[in-house]
Design a binder for this molecule. Structure first.
Ligand code: ADP
Length: 301
């Protein structure tokens, strides 16, 4: 097969591993920078052009879309879909997962457990917003943040009010979430491929920090997850519409709670911690499932 990997940087660990795994299994892989693609929209015959010429035919496309290029890169992915190329994750599902509010709304509609969450832009009544999620301590998150940037723990009502006032001044979207103290600074990343959790790791924040992001000095270890956690992670990925997802859970007194569903989960941490060939499993999934024009939504909706 010919597999396109939509990624801005061929040197990234995840991109390199996907190329390596595809080649090892006898396929041809090419890294395509989505921002350098240009496309015709109007013609009956949708095409993608790249570096001065028409892009060759691919059987499958693997989107590795970063937060900063979501809008354009998902349009490029949609164009691949219109050309009948099988997407590992389809554009509609990628857009859903990139929009934290949209994905949390989808999950809550299906009854998936999550921390009590409120979201706001310019609330007039901060106290009422805090009451909505059960009062301090709360976690306040800027929607545009990734890797723990813009995620703040406000331990008292006063602190929460100050942070919310500051965010309001920024004219940013944010969410206010019940702080799951009993998670003890740890979360669980479940790596979902198809209808299985193929690997899981527990990430723990460094001393004095509540955010467990590896980029913030957190550490990771292999963990056995419960059948309930397994079911929940697979269901969350399915609801968002992703074939491959990194589903982040918190362990609470009320059971597992979903924090986030990522459509381009990194491979470095999970492969290093578990010693598993996740890239190889992703390519195997494509081998089994790739068929021309096989998307649920055809880029609609
Ligand atoms: P990002 O998407 O920027 O990584 P997250 O929402 O995943 O932001 O938050 C970063 C980290 O903060 C999480 O990995 C988790 O360890 C911690 N965290 C986030 N929300 C909560 C919460 N409601 N209760 C307890 N810890 C949380």
């Amino acid at each position: 097969m010919k597999i396109a990997i939509l990624s801005r940087n061929p040197k990234l660990y995840s991109t390199r591993r996907l190329v390596e795994a595809a080649e090892k299994r006898g396929h041809i892989a090419r890294v395509i920078d989505p921002l350098r693609c240009y496309m015709n929209i109007a013609a009956h015959n949708p095409e993608i052009h790249y570096k001065g010429g028409k892009l060759e035919h691919f059987d499958a496309v693997i989107p590795r879309i970063g937060a900063s290029v979501t809008f354009y890169a998902t349009s490029v992915l949609r164009q691949f879909e219109m050309m009948g190329v099988f997407p590992l994750n389809e554009s509609v599902a990628v857009s859903r997962s990139k929009d934290k509010l949209r994905s949390l709304q989808l999950l809550s509609r299906k009854g998936i457990g999550m921390p009590a969450t409120g979201f706001a832009h310019s609330p007039d009544d901060t106290q009422d917003l805090l009451k909505l999620v059960g009062g301090a301590p709360v976690v306040i998150k800027l929607l545009e943040g990734t890797q723990g940037v813009g995620v703040v723990l406000a331990e008292t009502r006063k602190a929460a009010e100050s942070v919310i006032d500051a965010f309001r001044g920024l004219r940013a979207h944010f969410l206010v979430q019940e702080f799951i103290k009993e998670a003890g600074g740890s979360d669980i990343r479940c790596f979902v491929i198809g209808d299985k959790v193929v690997a899981a790791m527990k990430r723990t924040a460094k001393e004095g920090e509540f955010r467990s992001n590896l980029h913030r000095g957190g550490t990771a270890e292999i963990i056995r997850i419960t059948p309930e956690e397994r079911r929940m992670a697979v269901r969350a990925a399915k609801i968002v519409g992703l074939n491959v997802a990194g589903v982040d859970l918190l362990r609470s007194d009320k059971g597992p709670l979903i924090m986030e569903v990522n459509s381009s989960p990194g491979l470095e941490g999970i492969e290093t911690v578990t010693g598993k060939d996740i890239a190889g499993q992703i390519i195997a999934f494509i081998e089994k499932n790739a068929q021309p024009h096989k998307t649920r939504t055809k880029g609609k909706g």
